[in-house]
Design a protein around this ligand. Structure first.
Ligand code: CMC
Length: 435
C-alpha cells in the first residue's frame, strides 16, 4: 500500500503527536493539511496576511514568484498575450480550456448580447456627486445589480452561475464607461455590438453624439493586452474577498462589488495611479531623476519608487516584461510632440537608472506591471481615476471564475477564520455611575 506523506507535529508540553498529511499540487509548493489540528491537539494556526496559508484548492491560475511564471489554465501568459484575445482568455478562465472556433464565436455573441444595462440602473448614477471617484460608483452600481437579478439566480445551478458570469463580463465595460461619463457631465453612450470588447469600451468612454469616433487600433490592441495581463492573479486580496463574501452564498453581484472595494486600496489596484502621481511630482519639482532614486534608497526616507518591486515576484514580473515592449512601441507610435512627453521621458529615465543601479538589482526590484500599464493608460488619454476601474473591469472574469470554482468545490465551507484573542479576561459589568 502506498505510504501517505505526512509531517509530524509534537506538542512538547503534553508529548501528544499528530500526523499531518502533505497535499501535493500538480505544480508548485506542497501544502500541509492542518484541518485536524484543532480537533486533535486543540490549537489554531497563526498566519496574519495568509503568508503561509493555502486558503483553497484552485485550478484556474498558477503563479511562481521566484521563477517569474504566470499561467492561466496551464498556458503561459507570454503565449496568451501574443496569440490570444481578452474574450478568449475569459473563456479559458471560466471553463478551464481554450475554446474551439465555434465555442469562441458563441461566447463572443453571448457577451455582446448582454452589454446593455437595465434602464433603471441609469438613475443610480445621478444619485452620486459629480466628483465621486469612479471606483465608488463601481462599488455601488455593481452591488446594485443584485437588486435586479437576485431572485433569478440559483447559485447551485451551474447554468445560472454561468449566466451571472456572462452578465458581469458583458456589463462591466458599460458600467465603467458610464461612471466616467457621469463624472464629466457627458451623455451616456450605449454599447455598440459591432465593436470588439476593448473597442466598445473606448467608444463608450470617448465617443460624442456630435461627431463620429474611431478608436486608434493601437490603443484597442494595447487595452486588450492590459486586460489579458490583469485577468487573474490567483488568491490576491480582492479575489480572496470575493471568495469569502461568496462563501456565505451571498448574491454573486454583491460578492464582486466587495472585490471591487478591496481592489480600490492603494496597496492593491491603486499602484498604477500612484506611478503617474509620482512622475508628475518629479516633473513638477526642480530636482532630477537621480535625486528621487537616491531618496528611494535612503532608509531614513519613506519614499519608494512606485511601480517597482512586488510581494510575490522576486524575479522579473512576467507581465511587466510583456507590457514594457508595448509601452515603448506606444510611445514611439505617439511621436515626440504629445502632451505627456515629459512624463514619459521621466519614466524611461527612471527605468534606465533603476535597472542599472546595484540597490535595485541586488534586491530584485524590477518595474512591475503597474509601472508600464499606468504609462500606457495615460498615453491613451484615460484619466487617472479610471486606471483602477480598468483593472477592476479586467479582473472581473478572474473574480467570477474563482467564485464559480468555490461554489462547486465539495470541500468549500463558509469562510470563518479563528483568532488569537488578546483582550480582557472576564470581568463584571460596572454601572455607569460607578465608572
Ligand atoms: N523602492 C525602493 N526600495 C524598495 C522598493 C521600492 N519600490 N520596494 C522594495 N524596496 C526595498 C525595501 O526597502 C527592502 O530593502 P531592505 O532589504 O534593504 O530593507 C527590500 O527592497 C525588500 O522590500 P520589502 O518591502 O520587504 O518587499 P515587499 O515584498 O514587502 O514589498 C512592495 C513589495 C510591492 C509592497 C514594494 O516593492 C513596494 O512598496 N513597491 C512600490 C509600490 C508598488 O509598485 N506596488 C505595486 C505592486 S504590483 C500590484 C499588484 O500586483 O497588486
Amino acid at each position: 500500500m502506498e505510504q501517505k506523506e505526512t509531517v509530524t507535529l509534537t506538542d512538547n508540553s503534553t508529548g501528544k503527536q499528530i500526523e499531518l498529511p502533505i497535499l501535493r499540487p500538480t505544480n508548485g509548493t506542497p501544502t500541509i493539511d492542518v484541518r485536524g489540528l484543532y480537533r486533535e491537539l486543540g490549537y489554531f494556526t497563526y498566519d496574519p496576511g495568509f503568508l503561509s496559508t493555502a486558503s483553497c484548492r484552485s485550478s484556474i491560475t498558477y503563479l511562481d514568484g521566484n521563477k517569474g511564471i504566470l499561467q492561466y489554465g496551464g498556458y503561459p501568459i507570454e503565449q496568451l498575450a501574443e496569440h490570444s484575445t481578452f474574450l478568449e482568455v475569459c473563456y479559458l478562465l471560466l471553463s478551464g480550456d481554450l475554446p474551439n472556433e465555434r465555442e469562441l464565436k458563441q461566447f463572443e455573441t453571448i457577451i455582446t448580447r448582454h452589454t446593455m444595462l437595465h434602464e433603471a440602473l441609469k438613475r443610480f448614477y445621478s444619485g452620486f456627486r459629480r466628483d465621486a471617484h469612479p471606483m465608488a460608483i463601481m462599488v455601488g452600481v455593481v452591488g446594485a445589480l443584485s437588486a435586479f437579478y437576485h431572485d433569478e439566480i440559483d447559485i447551485h445551478n451551474p447554468e445560472d452561475r454561468m449566466i451571472a458570469a456572462h452578465q458581469l463580463i458583458a456589463k462591466m465595460p458599460t458600467i465603467a464607461a458610464w461612471s466616467y461619463r457621469y463624472a464629466n457631465g457627458l451623455p451616456f453612450t450605449y454599447p455598440d455590438n459591432s465593436l470588439s470588447y476593448p473597442d466598445n469600451f473606448l467608444n463608450m468612454m470617448f465617443s460624442m453624439p456630435t461627431e463620429p469616433y474611431k478608436a486608434d487600433p493601437f490603443f484597442v490592441k494595447a487595452l486588450d493586452l492590459i486586460m489579458i495581463l490583469h485577468a487573474d492573479h490567483e488568491q490576491n486580496a480582492s479575489t480572496s474577498t470575493v471568495r469569502l463574501t461568496g462563501s456565505s452564498e451571498a448574491n454573486p453581484f454583491a460578492a464582486i462589488s466587495a472585490g471591487i472595494a478591496s481592489l480600490w486600496g492603494p496597496a492593491h489596484g491603486g499602484a498604477n495611479e500612484s506611478v503617474i502621481r509620482m512622475l508628475v511630482d518629479i516633473v513638477e519639482s526642480d530636482k532630477d531623476v537621480q535625486y528621487y532614486i537616491d531618496r528611494a534608497k535612503d532608509k531614513n526616507d519613506r519614499f519608494r519608487l512606485m511601480g517597482f518591486g512586488h510581494r510575490i515576484y522576486k524575479n522579473y514580473d512576467p507581465r511587466a516584461r510583456i507590457i514594457r515592449k508595448t509601452c515603448h512601441e506606444l510611445l514611439e507610435h505617439l511621436g515626440q510632440d504629445n502632451e505627456y512627453q515629459e512624463l514619459f521621458d521621466t519614466a524611461m529615465e527612471l527605468e534606465r537608472i533603476a535597472l542599472e543601479d546595484d540597490y535595485f538589482v541586488s534586491r530584485n526590484l524590477y518595474p512591475n506591471v503597474d509601472f508600464y500599464s499606468g504609462i500606457i493608460l495615460l498615453a491613451m488619454g484615460i484619466p487617472l481615476t479610471m486606471f483602477t476601474v480598468i483593472f477592476a473591469l479586467s479582473r472581473t472574469v478572474g473574480w467570477i471564475s474563482h467564485w464559480n470554482e468555490m461554489i462547486q468545490d465539495p470541500e468549500s465551507r463558509i469562510g470563518r477564520p479563528r483568532q488569537l484573542y488578546d483582550g480582557a479576561l472576564p470581568r463584571d459589568y460596572v454601572p455607569l455611575n460607578k465608572r
